[in-house]
Ligand binder design. Structure first.
Ligand code: RNT
Ligand code: ZN
Length: 416
């Protein structure tokens, strides 16, 4: 700790010299929530007994130790949470419901009672819960779910999405903070259909019905995607579709970092969308070639996403969620590495002397703007990050690794 303090004092001075108050930055970081996805721990399978992930998404790798039950997933999540500083919530999918023996209901009939164990657990962890409706890995998933031309199938998913709103709203009430419910459906086609409009018209109608009831304890976000596996040629809920929907209906717009063409970046979209939507839900992820949901790195795009929010002080309008699933490495490592990088990238963005950079820009001094930005890259961010972790009682630097390895030896490796 002595070294951490010493390094921090020097870093504090270095940042003060460029007009950045590290204490104020850390106080701000203490208020920025990250909604952590639950599904890294069990390869997105949930607890309905699914043995296969469908809906155009895929987890690859078979590293041992996957959580097979809700209790195991809660235990693993609790472990991971001890490595993450600052505020956090856990984001659940509808297929993580739990049923008493013989009391299983289908997704169109789930209620908040099926998430009571999660609520009790979250209270113990002193965190809140967020929610996601779930269109995939179900006998009625098919290529089209809520936009299906079959009225029966469509009705099922409409009812499911209504139930999901109710659950999300109940979470909001329970935890005294507005929960965020994300809506992503895989609906799409392997080939371009002749009628690309009709499924979209059905999706608008279905969503309007789902959104009709006013519920104040949660916000709904809608998530677009460029394509899914097996649905490569047509996506009902494309970016333009949900941009229009969220702008006209007052929902949040979810931007997933992996859901665009490989040369498009989410960081470039934030201020383009903000003037028109109620708010944005981010799915911080890392695309590699396609929406492959790799563990988030402390890379340029991740840093840029949070700089865009910080520079425009848009923390109130941008909700931060995570979304990846890597089964090729220890899953607790996959979670921890990614979420710590998200937190670190937020800190990095807050440590930028934005006013100075804007002043250069506004006086057409682009030479200084570039020089300054490049010098900032090697400022002692690490010392502030270590100090933040230490003072928020989570492991500093690589310390968490030995503990996570011990957990692997004691717990994960025994799961066969
Ligand atoms: C899929 C979307 C979606 C899912 C989760 C499981 O492409 O990104 O967010 O990853 O809902
Ligand atoms: Zn996503």
């Amino acid at each position: 700790m002595a070294d951490i303090n010493k390094a921090y004092e020097l870093a504090k001075e270095a940042y003060a010299a460029i007009g950045v108050d590290t204490e104020a930055v850390m106080a701000q970081l203490d208020k920025i929530n990250v909604s952590i996805h639950c599904w890294q721990g069990d390869d997105v399978l949930g607890f309905e007994g699914a043995s296969e992930l469908t809906g155009g998404i895929q987890t690859t790798g078979n590293y041992p130790g996957r959580a097979r039950t809700a209790d195991e997933l809660r235990k693993d999540t609790s472990k991971m949470l001890t490595y993450i500083p600052g505020p956090k919530t856990l984001s659940l999918h509808a297929n993580y419901a739990e049923f008493a023996a013989g009391k299983k209901v289908d997704r169109d009939a789930i209620t908040v009672e099926h998430f009571q164990n999660w609520i009790d657990w979250a209270k113990g962890e002193k965190i809140g819960l967020d929610f996601n409706s779930t269109s995939f890995s179900h006998p009625l998933s098919g290529e089209y779910s809520i936009s299906n031309r079959d009225e029966k199938i469509r009705r099922f998913w409409i009812e499911h999405t209504k139930r999901s709103r109710e659950i999300s709203d109940a979470f909001g009430k329970e935890f005294g903070r507005q929960a965020v419910m994300n809506f992503w459906v895989h609906d799409g086609d392997k080939e371009v259909p002749i009628d690309t409009l009709a499924p979209r018209a059905r999706l608008v109608e279905a969503l309007d019905e789902v959104m009709a009831e006013k519920m104040d304890n949660h916000l709904v976000a809608v998530e677009s995607k460029v394509f899914g596996i097996g649905a490569e040629s047509y996506t009902v809920g494309s970016h333009e579709f949900y941009m229009g929907y969220s702008a006209t209906r007052g929902t949040l717009l979810c931007l997933d970092a992996g859901h665009f063409h490989p040369t498009e970046v989410v960081s470039a979209k934030i201020t383009a969308c903000l003037p028109f939507v109620k708010g944005i839900l981010l799915h911080v992820s890392r695309p590699v070639r396609w929406d492959s949901d790799h563990v988030v790195k402390f890379d340029d795009e991740t840093k840029q996403i949070f700089k865009e929010i910080a520079r425009n002080n848009a923390w109130e309008k941008v909700f931060i969620g995570t979304d990846w699933f890597d089964a090729s490495i220890n899953r607790i490592f996959a979670w921890t590495i990614g979420v710590r990088n998200v937190k670190k990238a937020i800190l990095n963005a807050l440590l930028e002397p934005t006013d100075t950079l804007k002043a250069f820009e506004n006086s057409d001094d682009n030479s200084s703007r570039l020089a300054y930005q490049e010098e900032l890259n090697t400022m002692p961010l690490g010392a502030v990050w270590d100090y933040y972790c230490a003072t928020r009682n989570v492991p500093v630097g690589m310390e968490w690794m030995a503990d996570a390895k011990a957990y692997e030896a004691e717990v994960l490796s025994k799961r066969i």
